[in-house]
Design a protein around this ligand. Structure first.
Ligand code: PSU
Ligand code: MN
Length: 307
């Protein structure tokens, strides 16, 4: 393996990793394809601020100039927010993007992959990808789930995006041996909503408890990641039935326009934002900030354990 040739870790992050200090990885697809410009810029900067305020170091990932970037300069962060000619890069696309020098935004799957290469164990996002509704026929299953099966990173999320089939997503994770922990909840969160009706087997009350589970899993050499379902704060929660209706309409529109595969998620998120007059977007921001805060605390607890 010749990873160093392709991996570009910012010095501040490299030092933190080497010294065992807490680092939190962030993805760039949520910026380039999940949010409009310029709101995504404000989000990107605030996300990094939250992590620093919690005493951890932010590490936003992207593929730029033939390198896997761990940590972006302000200019690179702005580049990712202005998504002209920026691809949505999953595991299958990584080698092509590196070899051809194309600029790519990293999904949950690719961010996990790059974080693990750099030695980062904690990553915060909005919601992971999963099995799409109707996935039993279309076989549209996010590569995020397969990455969770093999790459050792703990992903803090507000569950899977509500536009998915949450039941099938949980079944898939079970088959792949991925632990799903509810952070102070008994249910898998449904992105915009605190509850989904899908009960989880494990509930953790503290960041320390989660860090202990991470340590045991990886001490044992069990491959793969961990999903931490962190519900959206109550004050930003949206009505489940209302959102479900709006999502169904957005999915129908996507189908009508022949939108498929990796274009579905960005299309539907943007439709939802319009259909709810920005309400869904405001919730999306808040659940992501909440995940970033909790991820920072988990990273701190994990760093403490590994001393
Ligand atoms: N969470 C969000 N917004 C997003 C995503 C997650 O709040 O845009 C992105 C992540 O990058 C995730 C991707 O990996 O959506 C899933 O896409 P797909 O369903 O095509 O696998
Ligand atoms: Mn997909």
């Amino acid at each position: 393996m010749n990873i160093e040739k392709y991996l570009d870790v910012q010095p501040e992050i490299a030092a933190a990793i080497a010294e065992g200090r807490p680092v939190v990885a962030l993805e760039s697809t949520i910026l380039s394809h999940g949010m409009p410009y310029p709101e995504n810029m404000e989000f990107a900067h605030k996300a990094e601020q939250i992590i620093r305020a919690e005493g951890a170091v932010p590490a936003t990932t992207a593929i730029i100039g033939g390198k896997l970037k761990v940590g972006l300069t302000p200019e690179e962060l702005d580049l990712m927010c202005n998504p002209v000619d920026i691809g949505k890069v999953s595991r299958r696309d990584v080698a092509v993007y590196l070899a051809t020098g194309k600029t790519g935004a990293t999904t949950v799957a690719t961010t996990m992959l790059i974080a693990a290469m750099a030695g980062i164990r904690v990553f915060a996002t909005g919601g992971i990808g999963g099995v799409h509704r109707g996935g039993e026929n279309t076989m549209d299953i996010s590569a995020d789930l397969q990455e969770l099966a093999s790459t050792p990173v703990a992903v803090v999320c507000a569950g899977a995006k509500m536009i998915l089939d949450l039941g099938l997503t949980l079944e898939y994770l079970e088959t792949q041996g991925v632990p799903v922990l509810g952070f102070r909840t008994d249910e898998f969160p449904a992105f915009y909503c605190r509850t989904s009706g899908f009960k989880l087997d494990y509930r953790a009350e503290s960041e320390e408890e989660i860090a202990e589970i991470m340590k045991v899993k990886w001490d044992l050499g069990l491959k793969g990641g961990i999903v931490i379902g962190n519900p959206i704060p109550q004050e930003y929660e949206l009505d489940f039935d209302w959102m479900n209706r709006v999502i169904n309409d957005a999915l129908k529109k996507a189908e009508g326009q022949g939108i498929r595969g990796k274009y579905i998620t960005p299309f539907v998120l943007s439709e939802l934002r319009d259909m709810t007059d920005g309400v869904s977007f405001a919730s999306n921001l808040e659940l992501a900030y909440n995940n970033i805060r909790v991820a920072s605390r988990i990273a701190k607890a994990y760093a403490e354990k590994c001393k």
